[in-house]
Design a binder for this molecule. Structure first.
Ligand code: EPU
Length: 334
């Protein structure tokens, strides 16, 4: 049933050339259940958009490719839409927009699949999926049973969920249900870059389609297209530091961008820190730091996972020495 020695280069957005010793594309829940009843130690590969592969994978690799989008409930204001894990995220967002369903437009063009979107509570331009999340169904590997998780069960945080922490490796998310608006959409246009882009596009009273177009334009201008240059979006999380630490930095660098989270905590953009350390646009062999967004590490062609990882560690060390801030990786490393 498993295929042997399958190259994974086209199945991870970093474009790292590693091999799966055993590989199976799964297109139905029945097959998934059957595999899980016989194999407990599996490697689940979905959209491959948040992983840095540094070696060949010995465990059986399941490439989750289940498809399907359905409306499960509707009232005059809201609609509940269930999408199967293997649906491509951006195509799903486009489907919602085509149906005039609001809530996910700020998350346009994010690489990856629906099934992994709750794992790290994907977010962009002032919105996270937790804002429209209703529930998900996941297969428990140990028991083979399907379990439903509501938002409270998922412990969503900034690029975090229970599936990255206490329940890591225990469940396979098989579908996700979102609660979306059918009218009176909540327009999230407060993010500076979105406002500027809306102005450029002359969108006076913006709707969800204008927001999506603005997000797509911003992302295209700043973030590399993984089909052209391998990458995994933001490699690090934006760190949260104490107000006292921030004041010290601000005295030295009055221009430092920041978001005040509370009286005690301030979030600073990792991209700014990495740029200040001189890494923006730098290239070391085929591994590099994107020239327009220093938070994005790139594989120009044939970089190995370890070369990207070693660059990431050098960046962490330099940022730590210069700013006394420890950058945490957002991307999962194998
Ligand atoms: N900045 C720099 N230099 C850089 C990059 C950024 O100075 O090289 C500064 C910008 O000028 C701006 C600030 O940092 O003042 C924030 O930059 P940006 O708006 O590009 O957002 P970000 O904080 O770097 C986060 C997310 C992105 C998301 C954007 C927009 C994280 C780790 N990243 O990036 O998410 O698209 O906000 O909401 O939170 C991802 O997770 O893969 C991702 C791309």
């Amino acid at each position: 049933m498993f295929q042997k020695n399958i190259p994974l280069r086209s199945l991870n957005t970093f474009g790292i050339a590693v091999t799966a010793k055993q590989f199976l594309e799964v297109t139905s829940l029945e097959t998934l259940k059957e595999i899980v009843s016989n194999h407990k130690d599996l490697f689940i590969l979905s959209g491959g958009s948040n992983i840095l592969l540094t070696k060949d994978i010995d465990k059986p690799v399941l490439h989750l490719n289940t498809k399907g989008i359905e409306i499960v409930k509707q009232n005059p204001r809201s609609v509940w839409v269930k999408a199967q894990a293997g649906e491509n995220w951006h195509e799903f967002v486009c489907w919602c927009l085509e149906n005039d369903f609001g809530g996910l437009e700020n998350l346009s063009l994010i690489p990856g699949n629906v099934g992994t979107s709750p794992m790290q509570n994907i977010g962009a331009y002032g919105v996270e999926i937790k804002d429209s999340f209703e529930s998900l169904e996941a297969l428990e590997i140990s028991s083979g049973k399907i379990q439903t998780f509501y938002a409270d069960d998922c412990a969503f945080g900034y690029r975090e969920s229970v599936f990255k922490n206490t329940l890591k490796g225990q469940f396979i998310i098989v579908n996700v249900t979102f609660r979306l608006t059918v009218k009176d959409h909540l327009i999230n246009d407060q993010y500076g870059a979105i406002r500027e882009q809306l102005k450029v596009a002359n969108a006076v009273d913006p709707g969800i389609h204008d927001i999506s177009k603005a997000v797509i334009a911003i992302r295209r201008s700043k973030l590399p297209d993984p089909k052209k240059i391998g990458n995994s979006g933001s490699f690090f999380k934006n760190p949260v530091i104490s107000a006292a630490h921030f004041l010290k930095l601000q005295t030295l660098h009055p221009e430092i961008p920041h978001y005040k989270l509370s009286e005690e905590q301030v979030k600073v953009p990792a991209g700014w820190l990495v740029e200040k350390c001189g890494f923006k646009g730098k290239r070391f062999g085929d591994a590099g730091v994107h020239e327009k967004q220093a938070l994005v590490l790139v594989n120009y062609k044939n970089a190995q996972g370890n070369e990207i990882l070693s660059l990431a560690r050098t960046i962490q060390k330099t940022v730590s020495q210069k700013f006394e801030i420890d950058l945490e990786m957002e991307v999962n490393v194998l």
